[in-house]
Design a protein around this ligand. Structure first.
Ligand SMILES: [Zn+2]
Length: 289
């Protein structure tokens, strides 16, 4: 009797310490700018920035229809909602929620945004489990991070086109970072010129177990295929879910200061892919040692 009580006590202490460590790690993990507000602004064509300083949410609207790509952190739902409404659009006018991938920093606010907007969530089959369970699917150093689960209303196929007014957004599946990581692309018109806009899904390792991943055995092959897929895409404008990766806010400042082509950078996507591939191969060879 005494022994089992002690055992139970040890378990609860371990649990408490575990939870404490997890929340400490989480607090240290998240940069302050991820939850810092920033004003919304038009990027190019009908694409608007409605995220925080450090995490992107993109609103695309055309012909009375609108979609949102990513919601950012769970606590940011009200900030994103306020940014959409500051652009003169009630959140309820958003028809469809899309996402780059099912991690807390991009999908965390989707449940609340879905409730408030009444929009349908379209996501890849590969990310469905993670979204509906509110946690990363696969072996990862960050498996303890959870976010409010959200139901997927429509499973996107590779190459599927989502229409927003006169715009056509294409979903390209680029798994690795998550099982259903989705890269979005859309051509828009800016100053009479067609610009190919790409929203690349994350390609970073970010705590993923690359060798011997029991719950995602094909992870390394998926990453490598996705480097090829995204590396082969032509992009005039790159809008990552981590805006710092593409200097999105800095480009907006440059554009506002008089440079009309501040967002155009045809070498950026290849640079992002090359950097991610190099970091991945380094991590993979370390993991195999
Ligand atoms: Zn991620």
């Amino acid at each position: 009797m005494k022994k089992s009580m002690l055992f139970a006590g040890a378990i609860s202490l371990t649990l408490l310490v575990g939870i404490r460590l997890a929340s400490l790690a989480a607090a240290e993990e998240f940069p302050a700018e991820w939850t810092e507000p920033t004003r919304p602004f038009r990027i190019v064509g009908d694409i608007y920035y409605v995220g925080t300083k450090g995490l992107a949410a993109y609103l695309i609207r055309s012909g009375g229809e609108a979609v949102l790509i990513d919601g950012t952190m769970p606590e940011n739902a009200a900030l994103v909602e306020a940014n959409v409404e500051a652009l003169g659009m009630p959140l309820g006018d958003v028809d469809i929620l899309l996402l780059s991938h099912a991690h807390i920093d991009h999908a965390g606010a989707l449940a609340e945004l879905k409730r408030h907007s009444g929009a349908a969530l379209y996501a890849s089959e590969g990310d469905r489990w993670a979204l509906e369970n509110g946690k990363h699917d696969g072996d990862s150093a960050y498996s303890f991070l959870t976010f409010p689960p959200v139901t997927v209303d429509h499973a996107l196929k590779d190459g599927e086109v989502v229409t927003v007014g006169s715009l056509e957004l294409t979903a390209t599946l680029t798994p690795g970072h998550t099982k259903g990581c989705t890269t979005w692309s859309v051509p828009v018109i800016e100053n009479g010129e067609t610009l190919r806009v790409v929203f690349p899904c994350s390609l970073s390792v970010a705590g993923n177990v690359l060798a011997g991943n029991m719950t995602y055995p094909t992870i390394a092959a998926d990453y490598r295929r996705s480097f090829g897929t995204v590396g082969a895409m032509e992009a005039d404008v790159v809008l990552p879910s981590h805006p710092g990766l593409g200097g999105v806010l800095q480009r907006a400042a440059r554009r506002d200061a008089g440079d009309p082509r501040a967002f155009v950078d045809r070498a950026l996507l290849k640079r992002i892919v090359d950097d991610a591939r190099a970091a991945f191969e380094k991590e993979l060879s370390k993991a195999k040692r």
